[in-house]
Design a protein around this ligand. Structure first.
Ligand SMILES: [Zn+2]
Length: 242
C-alpha cells in the first residue's frame, strides 16, 4: 500500500491509512475526539485514500442495514457520497488547518476600544447521533491589541462547528479560538441552535432550541459589559435579516 511519503508508521505495517494515522496519534498522545482538529496529522495528499477507505466502510454499513446498494439506483453511490461529505463538508473542520486570520495592529492613537458583536450562521453535527445542528452564534469581543477582518469571526466559528460537537463544547471552542486569533481576553460567545437529534428522533420536539453562553474577562466580571452584549444580541435579532 502506498500511504504517501514521509509517513512515520512507527515500524508497523497497517492495511489502512486511517489506522496508521490513528495509531500515530495514540502513540504521540494526541486526542482525536469528534470535536478535535487533527490537521497536524492529516495532509491533503492523504485525502483521496481516506475517503476511499471510509467508502469501503460505509458500504459495509449499508450491507448490514440490508439496503441493496447493487440494484437500488439511489443507493449505488451512497457510500462514496457519505465518505466525501464527512471529510469535505460536515467534518471538514477536523482536517483543515485553522483559517488564516490576518491580524491588524490596534494600538494607534485613536484605537478602537469598544465592543464588537458579530453574528455568524452555524452548521454543525452532534457527535452523539450525527444529526444536524443548525443555528447562529453571536461573538462579542472588546477589541484587544489585534483586530481581525469581520468575516474571519464567521470563518473561525464555522471551522469549529464543522466537526462532531456538543453545543457546550462548541461554544468554548469558538471562544478559545477567537481569543487566540485576536489576543483579547474579553470574549463572549452565545449560541442558539436547533438539534436534529431532538427534532428527528427521541422526543421529536420540533422547536427544540438550545442556548449556551461562554463569558470571559469583562463579559464575566462587569455587569455593564454583559448587559451591553445581550442588548446587542436582542437588537441584532430584531433587525438582522434572518
Ligand atoms: Zn444528538
Amino acid at each position: 500500500m502506498d500511504i504517501g511519503k514521509e509517513l512515520d508508521t512507527g515500524g508497523y505495517e497497517e492495511a489502512y491509512l486511517a489506522d496508521v494515522l490513528r495509531f500515530k496519534m495514540k502513540r504521540e498522545g494526541k486526542r482525536f475526539w469528534a470535536g478535535d482538529n487533527i490537521s497536524d496529522y492529516v495532509d491533503e495528499f492523504h485525502m483521496d485514500q481516506l475517503i476511499d477507505e471510509a467508502r469501503e466502510a460505509f458500504e459495509l454499513v449499508l450491507d448490514r442495514l440490508l439496503i441493496d446498494r447493487e440494484t437500488d439506483p439511489n443507493s449505488q453511490g451512497t457510500a462514496r457520497r457519505l465518505a466525501k461529505m464527512y471529510f469535505n463538508e460536515i467534518m471538514a473542520g477536523r482536517y483543515e488547518q485553522s483559517p488564516n486570520a490576518t491580524a491588524f495592529p490596534n494600538d494607534s492613537e485613536g484605537k478602537y476600544d469598544g465592543m464588537l458583536v458579530v453574528r455568524s450562521e452555524l452548521k454543525s453535527m452532534c457527535s452523539h447521533h450525527h444529526q444536524p445542528v443548525s443555528g447562529v452564534a453571536y461573538i462579542g469581543i472588546i477589541a484587544g491589541p489585534k483586530l481581525i477582518g469581520l468575516s474571519k469571526y464567521s470563518r473561525i466559528a464555522q471551522w469549529c462547528a464543522r466537526r462532531g460537537t456538543l453545543q457546550e463544547e462548541l461554544c468554548m471552542d469558538i471562544a478559545r479560538e477567537i481569543e487566540f486569533a485576536t489576543g483579547s481576553t474579553d470574549v463572549a460567545v452565545y449560541i442558539q441552535a436547533t438539534h436534529g437529534c431532538c427534532e428527528n428522533r427521541g422526543i421529536m420536539a420540533h422547536s427544540s432550541l438550545t442556548q449556551t453562553t461562554v463569558l470571559r474577562g469583562a463579559f464575566k466580571d462587569d455587569a455593564g459589559t454583559k448587559k451591553e452584549f445581550f442588548d446587542n444580541i436582542k437588537l441584532q435579532q430584531e433587525f438582522a435579516p434572518r
